[in-house]
Design a protein around this ligand. Structure first.
Ligand SMILES: [Zn+2]
Length: 403
């Protein structure tokens, strides 16, 4: 909990480098009203403008998080960070050579498929219409409309996408990003199956009014609370505190063009617009993750006060935080922990995910090494990796129930 004379880092606006010795409620009040604390924040006027701009981005992030028609967030960013961190052992750790830059790319890759899912959402006309109708948000003000829809990488050929990333990786950064992406695949394959089992299968066509939508959202929130309660010390959250942490757009486009050969979205002239969109959805993913982290690390009274301030001074943002699924409070979490076996099963899934990752990621490292050194057998190895991924996601789909 943040208190008087503690360094405050806010999830909302431009304070990353401002160490402000104020009680966070007051600081948040200034942030909400002025976008920044002028005179205290070394960013000055520029930071104010930046802060206000980021408020708008947060609005959009929250809206997209609320919509969630495809449960791509079933395993939330913090879960993915935990799993990716747990797979960072043996040959994988040696391949990344403990280089912080490469580890950051690996963690970025571990979160990236959910950023791609938001990019997919932003190109669905029904979603844009719903945003306008229900939340009075005109997406066109924030994101230029793309001429062609972007496929959801969870449902449309996810195995091919994973293999294309590995095959297209040329630099150590790209290789690290591809490895992180595959850690996300491995986690989603088991966590989505688990959430489907407990929340009832949740189809992309089901709207936010369906009971299964609520069930999924609360299970996802419960998972986040669990990760932030039990594994907080194991989480490497530095990567999403980096404002400039962004996916390598050219590389992602190259891989997606290979995975979706008929889609014009990943080819010139449309590819540039897609890269700009990806940059925005990365920012949205990090900002909404910071809000979840804030919730997971602050007292319920602090969160309620922050929300009250937002509601009062930024009614639009306040409305959004009302409809967003909150992380369950600690008491509620502990009660659920005792009464429901969901977390117990999640823990079993966690062990299976780590075991899968520690088997598959070293094969990926071997493939990257073989290709880099022109060794024989790289293609066969890629096929073998594909076979293992298909076993985890039969039907080549990370969202639908297993056949
Ligand atoms: Zn995902």
């Amino acid at each position: 909990m943040c208190g008087w004379k503690e360094t405050v880092r806010l999830p909302v606006a431009g304070h990353r480098r401002c160490h402000i010795w104020l009680k966070d409620g007051i600081c948040l009040w200034y942030t909400v009203v002025y976008g920044s604390v002028d005179g205290i924040c070394p960013g000055g006027r520029g930071a104010i403008v930046k802060g206000l701009r980021r408020c708008l981005v947060v609005t959009l992030a929250v809206v997209l998080a609320v919509l969630s028609p495809a449960t791509a967030g079933a395993s939330q960013v913090h879960g993915h960070l935990l799993f990716a961190g747990g797979m960072l052992v043996g040959p994988v750790a040696r391949y990344l050579a403990d280089d912080p830059k490469l580890v950051r790319m690996y963690l970025l890759g571990a979160a990236a498929p959910d950023s791609l899912w938001m990019a997919h959402l932003a190109t669905v006309p029904e979603v844009r219409a719903l945003l306008k109708e229900r939340y009075r948000v005109d997406l066109a003000q924030y994101v230029e409309p793309l001429p062609s829809p972007v496929a959801d990488v969870h449902r449309a050929r996810p195995v091919k996408v994973a293999l294309s990333l590995l095959a297209a990786a040329r630099t150590p950064e790209e290789s690290a990003y591809a490895l992180g992406w595959i850690s996300h695949f491995i986690a989603d394959a088991r966590i989505h199956a688990l959430v489907n089992r407990w929340g009832g299968f949740y189809d992309g066509d089901i709207g936010p009014d369906d009971a299964r939508y609520a069930a999924h959202n609360s299970l996802e929130a419960l998972e986040s609370r669990h990760v932030l309660t039990r594994y907080r010390d194991d989480l490497d959250v530095k990567y999403f505190a980096e404002e400039d942490a962004r996916s390598p757009g050219d590389f992602v486009v190259r891989a997606l063009a290979a995975a979706y050969p008929v889609s014009p979205a990943f080819r010139p002239p449309e590819a540039d617009a897609f890269i700009r969109l990806l940059d925005k959805t990365d920012a949205l993913l990090f900002l909404s993750s910071r809000w979840a982290y804030y919730q997971g690390t602050h007292d319920p009274r602090e969160i309620a006060r922050a929300k009250g301030l937002l509601k009062r001074f930024r009614p639009e943002l306040g409305r959004m935080t009302e409809v967003l699924t909150d992380l369950p409070g600690r008491e509620e979490y502990l009660k659920t922990l005792v009464r429901s076996p969901f977390i117990g099963e999640w823990e079993i899934a966690r062990k299976d995910i780590l075991a899968d990752g520690r088997e598959i990621l070293p094969l990926c490292v071997l493939y990257l090494w073989q290709r880099q050194h022109g060794a024989d057998g790289a293609d066969g190895l890629l096929e073998r990796i594909g076979g293992k991924l298909r076993c985890l996601a039969p039907g080549d789909d990370l969202i639908n129930p297993r056949p």
